[in-house]
Ligand binder design. Structure first.
Ligand code: NAD
Length: 530
C-alpha cells in the first residue's frame, strides 16, 4: 500500500516495546464506498465460479499461508504482543484447518436439498432448497486474534461465492494488510478480498455501506453501535461480542489437568481472548486447598515478556487503555475485600504494557472482576458450597459466550454443561473450539448472535432459497379464486379431514371433496354442494 503524505494515518504500535511498526491511512467514506463498489463488481464474476474453482483458490491460499507461516507468526507477535507459540498454534492452525475443511466439505454441505411435503393438496409439487451467495460481505475485526478471526470468516464467505471487504482493527492494521497480500499471492481475482484500513469511523462507513451481510467481532459497545448503523440499510449482521466465561470446577476434577487447563485458559494471550477463563467457581471439596496452591504455583512460574522472545509465556496487554482497565479491576476487587494470591502488579519496567498473571480470591459478584469483561491476565476464584450455587453464579451474567466444566465424572459434568446459559460449554478443556471449523461458534445474551463456522456458519453466509416446481396442470388450484360459501365449506372440511377428531374426519372428507371442484372462472362463485 502506498501511503501519501496528505492522508491521516494511524500508527501500529508493538505493545511489548511501544515502538512504531508502521503507519497506515485512515480511509474515509469516499474510499470505503469505492472499495465496496469494486467488491460488488468482483462479485458479479466470482458468484459464477464453481465450488471446484473456488476450492482451488482456497487450496492455493492454504499453501501460501503455510509457506509464509514464519513471517505471519512474527508479525502477529510484534503487532499484538502474542507469544510466538500462540501465534503459530492459535492463529494459524484455525485458518489452515478451515481451508481443508471447506475444500473437502463445503460443496457437499451446500448441495441442493429436496423437501417432502406432508399436505396431500401439495402432492404435485417438488420443493428444492438451494444455497446461493449473498453478495458483498463486510467483516469488521478485533485485534486480539487479528489473523485467525478475519481469515476464517473470509475463507467461509468466499468459498460460498461472496466477496469480502475486511476492516481490521486499528490496533492490528499490518496483519490486515498481510491478509490482503496473502490473497493476492494466492492469485485470487482482484477485489474478491479487499482490505480497508482505519479506525472506528472507517468501520462505521463500512457498516453503513451497501452490504449483503456484516460480520462484526468486537466489544458489546461496538456491536450496539454497529447494529444501529446497519439498521438504515437493514443489513443482516452477526455479532460476536465479549464474554465473562465461567469455569465450574467440581470436587472430583483431576487436580493436575484442571489446574494446568485453568492457568492456560486464563492467561493465554494475556487473558485477551473472548473465551478466556474470566472467573472460576471452585466447588468445595477435599482438594480445594491443594488446587489453590497448585494454581498459585503454576501461575507464579509463568514468564512475562515480549511476544517474540522464545521463552515468553505471557505477553503484554494491547495498550495503555487495556492496562488501565486491568489495574482498575484489581483495585476495585481488593478495595472490596479480595486477596491477591499471585501477581497483582503492572510491570511497565519491562518496556511495554505488561501486567503480572494474577490470582485473586475472596471475590464476589459486587466486584467488577466477577461481572465485567476484564480482558486481561486475571483469574478470580470464588470457592462455593455446591454445584447448584456454582451454576447459579455462572449464569448470573450479562454475557453468554462460553463456559468450562472441570470434573472426573463426565455424566455429571454434562448435566452442568446443559444447565449453563452459553453458546459453548467445554468439559475438561477450554478455548480450543474457535479454531475448529467443524464446530459452531457464537453466543447468547450480550455475547451476540448468529453462528459462525460449521455448517450453521455456512448457512449464515448464503441465501437459503426455496424453488417450488408444480407439475399438476389442469384448470386451477382449489384455493384459488373464486371464493364463496362452497370454498368456506371446503376449507372447514379440509381442516376436519386432516386434523379433526376421528369421528369428524369422514364428514370433513365429504365436505372437502364436495366443494373443492366447483366453478373456476373468475367472477363466478363456487357452487355449493347440497
Ligand atoms: P472494539 O469493539 O473496540 O473494535 C472491534 C472492531 O470494530 C475494530 O475494528 C473497530 O475499529 C471496530 N469498531 C468499533 N466501533 C465501531 C463502530 N461504532 N462502527 C464500526 N466499527 C467499529 O473491540 P476490540 O477491542 O477490538 O476487541 C475486543 C472485544 O472483542 C472484546 O470484548 C472481546 O471479547 C471481543 N471479541 C469477541 C469474539 C467472539 O468471537 N465473540 C472474538 C474476539 C474478540
Amino acid at each position: 500500500m502506498v501511503v501519501t503524505s496528505s492522508e491521516i494515518l494511524i500508527e501500529s504500535i508493538n505493545p511489548s516495546t511501544k515502538e512504531v511498526l508502521g503507519r497506515v491511512p485512515i480511509m474515509g467514506k469516499g474510499k470505503v464506498d469505492e472499495v465496496v463498489a469494486a467488491s460488488q463488481k468482483a462479485y458479479e464474476m466470482w458468484q459464477l465460479t464453481s465450488y471446484k474453482q473456488r476450492a482451488k483458490y482456497i487450496g492455493k491460499l492454504r499453501q501460501v499461508i503455510a509457506d509464509q507461516a514464519d513471517d505471519i507468526a512474527r508479525l502477529i507477535s510484534e503487532e499484538v504482543g502474542k507469544p510466538l507459540a500462540e501465534a503459530y498454534l492459535s492463529e494459524l492452525t484455525g485458518p489452515l484447518d478451515t481451508c481443508t475443511w471447506l475444500i473437502e466439505n463445503c460443496e457437499k454441505l451446500l448441495n441442493d436439498q429436496t423437501i417432502t411435503l406432508s399436505n396431500p393438496l401439495l402432492s404435485s409439487k417438488q420443493s428444492i432448497v438451494t444455497f446461493e451467495p449473498l453478495g458483498v460481505v463486510g467483516i469488521i475485526a478485533p485485534w486480539n486474534y487479528p489473523f485467525s478471526i478475519p481469515m476464517m470468516a473470509i475463507l467461509m464467505a468466499i468459498m460460498v461465492g461472496n466477496t469480502v471487504v475486511l476492516k481490521p482493527s486499528e490496533k492490528s492494521p499490518l496483519i490486515g494488510l498481510k491478509i490482503a497480500e496473502l490473497c493476492q499471492a494466492a492469485g485470487l481475482p482482484p477485489s474478491v478480498v479487499e482490505v480497508i484500513t482505519g479506525d472506528r469511523e472507517t468501520g462505521k462507513f463500512l457498516s453503513e455501506a451497501n452490504l449483503a451481510k456484516l460480520i462484526f467481532t468486537g466489544s458489546v459497545q461496538g456491536g450496539q453501535k454497529v447494529m444501529a448503523q446497519a439498521a438504515a440499510n437493514l443489513t443482516p449482521l452477526s455479532l460476536e461480542l465479549g464474554g465473562k466465561d465461567a469455569a465450574v470446577v467440581l470436587p472430583d476434577a483431576p487436580l493436575d489437568w484442571t489446574c494446568r487447563g485453568l492457568v492456560w485458559g486464563a492467561f493465554t494471550n494475556a487473558g485477551q481472548a473472548c473465551a478466556s477463563v474470566e472467573r472460576v467457581y471452585l466447588v468445595k471439596g477435599k482438594n480445594t486447598e491443594k488446587m489453590l496452591a497448585k494454581l498459585v504455583k503454576l501461575t507464579s512460574a509463568l514468564k512475562l515478556g515480549a511476544g517474540t522472545a522464545d521463552s515468553t509465556d505471557v505477553g503484554p496487554l494491547i495498550d495503555e487503555v487495556q492496562l488501565a482497565k486491568v489495574k482498575e479491576h484489581v483495585e476495585d476487587a481488593v478495595g472490596k475485600g479480595a486477596r491477591i494470591l499471585a501477581g497483582g502488579h503492572s510491570r511497565e519496567d519491562l518496556g511495554g504494557y505488561f501486567f503480572e498473571p494474577t490470582i485473586l480470591t475472596d471475590v464476589n459478584h459486587t466486584m467488577k472482576v466477577m461481572t465485567e469483561e476484564t480482558f486481561g491476565p486475571l483469574m478470580p476464584i470464588m470457592v462455593v458450597e455446591n454445584e447448584d450455587q456454582a451454576v447459579e453464579l455462572a449464569n448470573d451474567s450479562q454475557y453468554g459466550l462460553c463456559a468450562t466444566i472441570w470434573a472426573g465424572k463426565l455424566e455429571r459434568a454434562e448435566c452442568v454443561a446443559r444447565d449453563l446459559n452459553v453458546g459453548t460449554a467445554l468439559i475438561n478443556d477450554c478455548l480450543f473450539s474457535h479454531a475448529t471449523p467443524q464446530l459452531p461458534w457464537g453466543g447468547i445474551k450480550k455475547s451476540g448472535f448468529g453462528r459462525s463456522h460449521s455448517y450453521f456458519g455456512l448457512y449464515d453466509l448464503v441465501n437459503i432459497k426455496h424453488i417450488s416446481i408444480d407439475s399438476a396442470g389442469g384448470s386451477h388450484r382449489v384455493w384459488w379464486y373464486p371464493y364463496g360459501k362452497g370454498k368456506i365449506k371446503m376449507g372447514k372440511g379440509g381442516i376436519q379431514m386432516l386434523h379433526g377428531r376421528m369421528a369428524n374426519r369422514p364428514s370433513g372428507l365429504l365436505n372437502f371433496v364436495g366443494n373443492a371442484f366447483g366453478q373456476a372462472e373468475p367472477g363466478e362463485e363456487n357452487k355449493e354442494s347440497k
